[in-house]
Design a protein around this ligand. Structure first.
Ligand SMILES: Nc1ncnc2c1ncn2[C@@H]1O[C@H](COP(=O)(O)OP(=O)(O)O)[C@@H](O)[C@H]1O
Ligand SMILES: [Mg+2]
Length: 324
């Protein structure tokens, strides 16, 4: 028997944004938002993607769903190369691949009723079998909202409720993978827990896989099977959530974890690292983290560390040299 391919497999993905100057718009540099990223998500699995703001998480998510064009690398979904598909195939596949945005205020069309929002995708994909209302009521119930929401507009709902509506919209297409980009970051802490619980419930019920993106490790750790840590466009450590939380090997992961564990400090506070991440326009040579790393060595300034696979994870750090 052959093992099934992972649901999502990303290899060597690069998404760069050209920086243009002057009247002829000459390209003067590239923002390397996503730089040589390889990741997998298995059926029904939750991969948490964590890293400071600006490290490329959103760009990675947007590239996977086709909102940004990669300049290199490939994305396989259910074993099929998304980059090589016809428009029609891509549309069919996109049913199974949904994206939930960070800002539930901006992502719901203010002029549409909840009914229209929830059934828009169904109409587009000609999947509408039952009466629209019936289907929309069912979706509302899935996310814990009453049926009288149907003919109301997004502005009548709170942030948490809107995020539930976004989730219901994503579910309407019966996806197998949902990319959640900071789905609770704009919500009050009390509401965050409710939305996270709902995400976990729905995962159980529908066997969903998530790529769960957050800058906050304390959110990611609760619901991830595996965790990938991103810094300046690259994955620096990736592996089993438990292994990484109990024994982070990369100094950057250690710093993220220390920020979460400091008692008496509000969650999501700034890191205990010197300085800000460098610009992805001019990433430092060698290991991109060396300018802030408390354990920097001479070699870190010169050479990019090759990956080492050990202790249930993959880590790119000169402290943990790659096996020969
Ligand atoms: N459309 C764009 N054009 C140019 N630069 C961009 C664009 N989108 C994102 N960036 C840059 O790419 C980097 C990564 O951004 P982003 O993916 O939003 O990070 P994160 O989601 O981790 O905060 C940042 O330096 C950001 O300024
Ligand atoms: Mg983002």
């Amino acid at each position: 028997m052959t093992t099934p391919p992972p649901l999502l497999e990303i290899n060597g993905l690069r998404t760069w944004f050209p920086v243009r100057r002057g009247i002829i718009s000459r390209t003067v540099g590239q923002v390397k938002a996503v730089d040589d990223v390889s990741l997998c998500v298995a059926e029904g699995e939750t991969l948490g993607l964590v890293g400071e703001s600006g490290c490329g998480k959103t760009t990675l998510g947007r590239t996977i769903v086709g909102l940004e064009q990669p300049r290199a690398g490939r994305i396989l979904f259910q074993g099929r190369n998304l980059g090589r598909m016809s428009r029609r195939d891509r549309k069919a596949v996109s049913l199974h691949l949904q994206f939930i945005f960070q800002d539930p205020y901006a992502s719901l069309n203010p002029r549409m009723t909840i009914l229209d929002i929830l059934t828009e995708g169904l109409g587009e994909h000609r999947l509408l079998r039952k009466a629209r209302e019936e289907e929309a009521v069912r979706l509302l119930a899935e996310v814990g909202l009453p049926s009288d929401a149907l003919y109301r507009y997004p502005f009548e709902f709170s942030g948490g409720q809107r995020q539930r509506i976004s989730l219901a919209r994503a579910l309407s297409l019966r996806p197998s993978l949902v990319i959640c980009d900071e789905p609770v970051s704009s919500l009050d802490v009390s509401v965050q827990a409710q939305v996270i619980n709902l995400l976990m419930e729905l995962r159980e019920k529908h066997g969903l896989a998530y790529l769960f993106i957050s800058h906050d490790l304390s959110v990611v750790r609760h619901l991830s099977d595996r965790i990938a840590v991103m810094y300046l466009g690259r994955i620096v450590e990736e592996g089993g959530a438990e292994a990484i939380m109990e024994n982070p090997l990369h100094p950057y992961t250690q710093a993220l974890l220390a920020a979460v564990l400091v008692p008496g400090r509000p969650r999501g506070q700034k890191l205990v690292l010197p300085g800000e991440p460098p610009s992805p326009l001019n990433p430092p040579p060698g290991c991109p983290f060396h300018t802030r790393c408390p354990k920097v060595m001479e070699i870190c300034r010169k050479e990019y560390p090759a990956a080492r696979t050990a202790e249930e994870r993959r880590v790119n750090c000169h402290l943990h040299p790659a096996d020969e």
